[in-house]
Design a protein around this ligand. Structure first.
Ligand SMILES: [Zn+2]
Ligand SMILES: [Zn+2]
Length: 249
């Protein structure tokens, strides 16, 4: 390393110290994945195996045949056949996702996708396509990227499954009161639609988002894919614990 690059590396460290994304303490050789220190990384909470197959709520009672679903999903099944969630969206992982979304920490998408691929590796044959939940183009323009795509694209590469962006997000819908009566009765216009040239008929799609909160976003996106003849399974890095315990939509 030349004198200048050593000097500039030091300057970089001084301005951008290597601190943990969650506790903000220097990592000093205690670096762990996702921009965390080892202690914080150890506090990432995994979604237990005994969870509903389509909403990740914890399940209680006797183990039935897999895939197991909660009462709510049995009564009103979501448009995706299965949901995989790795972690709970709570400290310290919320800071990691914020880093991915708002701090433009490019390396996080690849690291999170690598962890996701390790969990999903044995199942890659289930999908023909990996697709992210899109942002509305205005939000994407403002942010510069779509965080779901930053996870979905490297995940697809690691799984060896083609990646595509078949969906687009429509404009935010008008308030219910200003809608014509028939739309008011049918509910708001679908939030997602297929891109004009998207061909998803007969494809098994893994639909990827960063966080699963109420599930309504993933459901709306999945509905648009199903409308084009695809079958959908969903994947999110994290689910909100409130959602997991007592969800209300
Ligand atoms: Zn930490
Ligand atoms: Zn459920």
């Amino acid at each position: 390393m030349s004198g200048f690059s050593r000097w500039s590396a030091r300057l970089f460290d001084w301005f951008v110290p290597d601190t943990c994304l969650a506790c903000r303490r220097p990592r000093h050789g205690l670096a762990a994945p996702f921009g965390l220190c080892r202690a914080c990384h150890g506090r990432v909470v995994a979604v237990p195996a005994a969870s509903c197959a389509t909403c990740a709520r914890p399940l209680t009672g006797d183990a039935g045949p897999a895939p197991r679903r909660c009462g709510r999903c049995l009564v009103t099944p979501p448009p995706f056949a299965r949901l995989r969630v790795l972690w709970y969206y709570q400290p310290p992982l919320d800071a990691v996702i914020a880093g991915l979304k708002f701090e433009r920490l490019d390396y996080l998408g690849a690291e999170l996708a690598a962890a996701a691929a390790a969990h999903l590796a044995g199942e890659a044959a289930r999908w023909d396509l990996v697709a992210p939940v899109p942002l509305h183009w205005r939000r994407r323009l403002a942010r510069g990227f779509n965080q779901a795509e930053r996870i979905a694209s490297p995940l697809a590469a690691r799984l060896g499954v083609p990646f595509a962006t078949p969906l687009r997000r429509r404009r935010p819908t008008r308030p219910q009161v200003s809608l014509p009566r028939d739309e008011r009765l049918r509910g708001p216009r679908a939030a997602f639609s297929l891109r004009q040239r998207a061909q998803v008929g007969g494809l098994r799609v893994l639909l990827v988002d960063d966080v699963f909160t109420t599930g309504s976003t993933l459901a709306a996106a999945a509905r648009a894919l199903c409308g084009g003849g695809a079958t959908v399974e969903a994947f999110a890095l994290a689910a909100t614990p409130e959602q997991a315990s007592a969800r209300r939509e």
